[in-house]
Design a protein around this ligand. Structure first.
Ligand code: ARG
Ligand code: ASP
Length: 720
């Protein structure tokens, strides 16, 4: 008993000292993390996670399509990732008669698996620190341009040991203070094996997105195929299932509060070492600008989607992607405030300043950094705001401009490369547009156009507006925006008929025709304004900031030698670890770390597009037959769970792994209160959300009837 209490106290004190922050490089785990991980309950060694000499966990992890993560879960190349990562592939096989998104899809044998041209998975064979080679001959007197070209030259000159079918890439870390080399293997015959219906894979959709409690079965399954000698090959009927160096055993025992978990994957981008003026700019300028603009277009889309089911279907994908960033930024600003990120940055900077003041050398090297940041961020504020307005209005907001941009590009192709190049591209564009207009409604885009242009002209400084319409008076501006919207849509470029007619012309005729369009002229005016009055200053400031950030990062590491630094995410393979645990989002509210199928039923709204439940799932729930997938303690069906693993966009599809290296979950999201973890991680409210692997297998087996796939997997019981 004494021993138990002691180990409890130990576990508690450790769990309090654990900061939770960090996305670590697999090859440095031994030096930096192994001891802490083991003290938290991990029973593996760093070598079990990353090894170049023997199969290790890393051999089961893939960069999925370049935007998500996936993991190998069978000796025959089965890959698990999120539903929202496989979404495009599932969608591409869906037709109105055979809607795989809606109904789900389960290949009942290998012959039924569906190829996906363009989709690939990338393995990391080996990672090496090449900082010395890459920075050879580089010094602090160089301009940033000189520095970059010296770095590029060194990278090109690297001699990398690898076999033919492998590739490599070199990436900067710590803002260009270190460089690592990655030898990779890319497989491009990746076939769809299964996906649940959206009512499971996207249950709760945008309402539940970024939130806890969550009940989404966000998974899909693929299989990697290789040539008969197991090396990468383009799709071929002769290819065979890939045999991995490692595949993850699957634990049916689940996790409970306090259990060690690690998440292994490819987080995209974090900015953990920004100076305070940068954080302030995000909170005061960047996030509010984006949030405001997106709120406006979302409101228009929502109105039409609620009024008509066909419209709802057409716009679901677009709405989800606009809403995903929008909701994340709202949570981000709020979380930065709630955890006093700015106050903490200021504290750090005060300490930084006092430490460098103590040394003439440090003072002369780094004394200017913080004041220079202050100045550059202040200079850049109007430009960054303008850039966001242009981007959110003309690139992401009003769809008409996406169409127009492509048409203008096509004309450039004709002018630069001639008739044949034009004809080829025109053909590709035609098929793109045939798809695009399937999910497009002019009436929605027109209204978005009017609303966003109004916002653009009312809120952006006059000197950043394209000449054409400057109206001081709100009433006149309204009128002018209405008239402008009418003019923009009058030529019917925003219809498939209009686009087809244009693309049927030869290059010369096409160029002449689009030159006459009002929308093209307006779009070119917008681009000219951006190029002449915004981008030059923005680019110069941003380049200056980037250079300062490199030096600041170096300075932080020198000035705080007692701290262990992890490099910001950059879409390379990282390990993050923590505990399965809930949190307290606000006063008097506690979130439990596990959700169950009961919660799906509590959220069930018949006929609702976000919260409908499939009759078969209801039946399974009512029968309570969860087989070997039921929770061994409660007998219930677990659905999702929370952990304090520091993840980011790109970690979707990453495996959640237990203390012994078994798969226990599938990462897919973070909690709303903690989305500021990209900028300022705080263990009190930052949590990642995972699907419980037992729910994945239950859906696959009992719901999908694809239990034969479970036979391929290695199921284990580490707790019993
Ligand atoms: N929030 C998750 C991520 O950032 C999931 C997004 C997909 N789901 C959605 N409803 N938009 O990718
Ligand atoms: N949902 C994100 C992704 O798709 C993960 C996250 O941002 O936490 O990668």
């Amino acid at each position: 008993m004494k021993k138990l209490i002691l180990s409890l106290i130990l576990a508690l004190s450790l769990s309090f000292s654990f900061a939770g922050e960090g996305m670590w490089l697999p090859l440095l785990l031994k030096a930096l993390n192994e001891a802490e991980m083991q003290s938290m309950g991990m029973r593996m060694t760093a070598e079990d996670i990353y090894s170049v000499n023997q199969g290790s966990l890393k051999d089961a992890i893939v960069h999925f399509g370049g935007f998500c993560t996936g993991e190998i879960i069978s000796r025959s190349g089965l890959v698990l990732t999120n539903h929202h990562c496989g979404y495009g592939a599932v969608q591409s096989h869906s037709t109105i008669e055979n809607n795989l998104l809606k109904n789900g899809f389960w290949a009942m044998n290998k012959g039924e698996e569906l190829p996906n041209p363009g989709l690939f998975v990338k393995f990391i064979v080996r990672i090496e620190d090449v900082t010395e080679e890459v920075l050879a001959g580089v010094n602090e007197d160089m301009t940033s341009r000189e520095r970059q070209s010296a770095v590029d030259k060194n990278i090109n000159g690297l001699e990398v040991e690898k076999v033919d079918y492998q590739d490599y890439m070199v990436r900067p870390f710590f803002n260009g203070n270190q460089y690592f080399l990655f030898v990779t293997e890319t497989y491009s015959d990746v076939r769809l094996v299964g996906a649940p219906p959206e009512s499971i894979g996207k249950f709760g959709a945008d309402t539940d997105n970024w939130e806890w409690p969550r009940h989404t079965g966000d998974f899909s399954l693929f299989r990697i195929y290789a040539s008969p000698d197991n090396t990468p090959a383009e799709y071929s009927a002769d290819n065979v299932p890939y045999t991995p160096k490692h595949s993850l055993p699957i634990s049916l025992d689940g996790v409970e509060t306090g259990d060690f978990t690690l998440v292994f994957g490819f987080p995209g981008r974090t900015n953990q070492y920004l100076p305070s003026p940068a954080v302030k700019q995000i909170m005061d300028v960047v996030d509010p600008a984006r949030i405001n603009i997106r709120s406006k277009s979302l409101k228009v889309m929502d109105k039409y989607m609620r009024a008509d089911e066909a419209t709802r279907l057409k716009y679901a994908g677009r709405f989800a992607s606009v809403a995903n960033g929008w909701k994340k930024w709202i949570g981000e600003t709020q979380g930065l405030e709630q955890t006093d990120a700015l106050g903490k940055k200021n504290e750090l900077e005060t300490e930084f300043t006092s430490r460098i003041l103590a040394s003439d050398e440090l003072q002369s090297m780094y004394g200017n950094l913080l004041p220079s940041f202050e100045e550059l961020y202040a200079n850049n504020t109007p430009y960054i705001k303008a850039r966001i307005y242009y981007d959110e209005t003309f690139n992401r907001g009003i769809q008409l401009f996406r169409i127009v941009r492509n048409l203008d590009r096509l004309k450039s192709t004709y002018v630069n490369n001639g008739e044949e190049a034009y004809a080829n591209l025109a053909e590709r564009y035609l098929s793109f547009f045939e798809d695009y207009f399937e999910d497009y409604e002019t009436i929605i885009d027109r209204e978005v156009c009017e609303v966003l242009l109004n916002h653009f002209y009312s809120n952006l400084d006059k000197k950043f507006l394209p000449e054409s319409i400057i109206k001081e008076d709100a009433f006149m501006r309204d009128l002018r925006v209405k008239e402008l919207t009418h003019q923009l849509f009058q030529d019917e470029v925003a219809t498939i008929e209009g686009v087809r007619a244009l693309l049927a012309l030869d290059g010369k005729g096409f160029g002449e025709a689009i030159d006459k369009l009002y929308a093209i002229a307006f779009y070119r005016g917008v681009q000219d304004k951006l190029k002449s009055d915004i981008s030059p200053s923005y680019d110069a400031n941003t380049e200056g900031i980037r250079e300062l950030q490199r030096i600041y990062m170096k300075a932080l590491m020198e000035v705080f030698p007692e701290r262990t630094f992890w490099p910001d995410a950059n879409s390379t393979l990282r390990v993050t670890y923590g505990y399965a645990e809930g949190y307290e989002p606000r006063d008097a509210v506690t979130y439990q770390p596990v959700s169950f199928l009961d919660g799906v039923m509590q959220k069930y709204k018949p006929g609702d597009y976000e919260f409908d439940v499939h009759p078969k799932l209801i039946e399974l729930y009512e029968q309570g037959d969860f087989g070997q997938y039921a929770d061994r303690v409660t007998g219930k069906m677990p659905v999702c769970f929370l952990g304090s693993n520091h993840t980011s966009g790109g970690n979707s599809g990453s495996p959640a792994i237990d203390a012994d290296g078994n798969l226990v979950g599938l990462n897919f999201d973070r909690v709303w209160e903690g989305t500021m973890s990209d900028i300022h991680y705080d263990r009190s409210i930052c949590r990642n959300i995972m699907v419980d692997i037992r729910y994945v297998l239950f859906v696959l087996d009992k719901f999908g009837g694809a239990g034969y796939l479970v036979e391929e997997m290695e199921l284990v019981h580490p707790k019993s």
